[in-house]
Design a protein around this ligand. Structure first.
Ligand code: SF4
Ligand code: SF4
Length: 149
């Protein structure tokens, strides 16, 4: 007798998950303090996009947390420093195309897709969950694996 490989169980979201950002700014805003982790490469890319030096970027928009880097928050509101309110009242990311991986991979974080309850809880915080575009299993898992929580 030999041991065969156990067929791995398909995840509960194997049929895909719907998500489309509604640009409410909720996940980028206070009142709770939070961290928007950035890598050195991301800092450099954002600085280039803003046409400022890395030194200025670090000085104005980044704080050190232990050995890691995080975007700063507006002191009073605890909003991410790059969250802006457009004329139409929508709250948008001012560096959307250059946003850090942490933002890019939301909401397909391990902590949100563990089971259906986790997903439902994430949906309480994010109105884009279970709306709009259906993301495939591959897409979900690629984003999940790219996220360091
Ligand atoms: S909370 Fe959800 S819908 Fe609102 S900005 Fe964040 S990702 Fe978009
Ligand atoms: S970088 Fe952009 S997407 Fe990320 S938290 Fe800040 S405003 Fe939101």
């Amino acid at each position: 007798m030999r041991f065969g490989r156990r067929a791995s169980k398909a995840p509960w979201y194997s049929g895909g998950l719907a998500f489309e950002c509604q640009e409410c700014g909720g996940c980028c805003a206070g009142p709770q303090e939070g961290y928007v982790w950035v890598t050195r490469d991301e800092v450099e890319a954002i600085a280039a996009h803003l046409r400022i030096s890395v030194h200025e970027m670090m000085d104005k928009y980044v704080r050190k947390v232990g050995r890691r880097l995080s975007l700063i928050e507006v002191k009073k509101t605890k909003d991410c420093v790059f969250l802006e309110t457009a004329r139409d009242g929508q709250r948008r990311c001012a560096i959307y195309s250059y946003r850090p991986k942490q933002c890019l991979t939301w909401p397909f974080w391990r902590s949100n897709i563990g089971d259906q309850d986790d997903w439902a809880m994430a949906g309480v915080r994010c109105v884009g969950i279970n709306r709009g575009k259906l993301h495939s299993l591959d897409e979900i898992e690629t984003r999940r694996d790219a996220t360091r929580e």
